[in-house]
Design a protein around this ligand. Sequence first.
Ligand SMILES: [Zn+2]
Length: 283
Amino acid sequence: MARWPLPRCAPRVAAGLAVLLVGAMFHLPATLPKASAAAVEPGVMEVRLGPSETRPLLAIIIDDLGWGVLGTAEVLALPYPLTMAVLPDGPFTQREARQAWERGHEVFLHLPMEPKGAFPPVPRFVTVDLSDEAIRARVRYHLLQVPYATGVNNHMGSRATADRRVARAVLEVVAEHGLVFVDSRTWHLSVMGELATELGIPLAVNQLFLDNIREAEAIRRQLWRGAALAQARGRALVLGHVHPLMASVLAEEIPRLQEAGIAVVPASRVVNWDVARPQRRLR
Ligand SMILES: [Zn+2]
């Protein structure tokens, strides 16, 4: 009799199905491996943090979604509350923002801001030659493209984030929508953080990039550096890019971070809420 070769993962799949079936019969909570958490409720995954929470908090932002790049599906499938920063104007901007939210991740608008060097015409960047009103209109337009966005962080921006007038116009829209802002810190002279504080916008600043070197070992090392920062300061925020390698390193390392007592949380949980005050009336 011919026998079908079973895939290697068959026992695990069978075990998972059994747990699901038994769980369904007896309303037991399914204790499936993390990879099955695709069925989480839409919205940001709940992270139980009490007022007496003492665990170090680590937020991880994944940049550059919205363009269907390799690794998007793997990153979105990670069953941990990450923050997905979605670029506007992409062929999959709305879809990937929605998928991120459906999978329980936090969604940010990843706002393209003019860098010092060359940049492509699309997505439409906030450039320093635009008037204040044109900048505000562009940010509002980009926000409309990214459903569920609860915050904004900059994509590139080595020129525009250092320009006070441009930074203010951008942040006025962030404040107007009641969003949080994360300075990706692509340029050491960025004034975004300073102005966000002035405007009373909840703020966090990127502490380090995970994948300046796109090798698994380098990403892993950076992630644990971020964890050490979180342990030293109570909270930290790190930033990486959508990529298959990023997905596989995070899948391996986040459980280890959690075992080490670190809470991985959405970016909005590490913003400096204490700088927020009733927003000034903005024009
Ligand atoms: Zn980016």
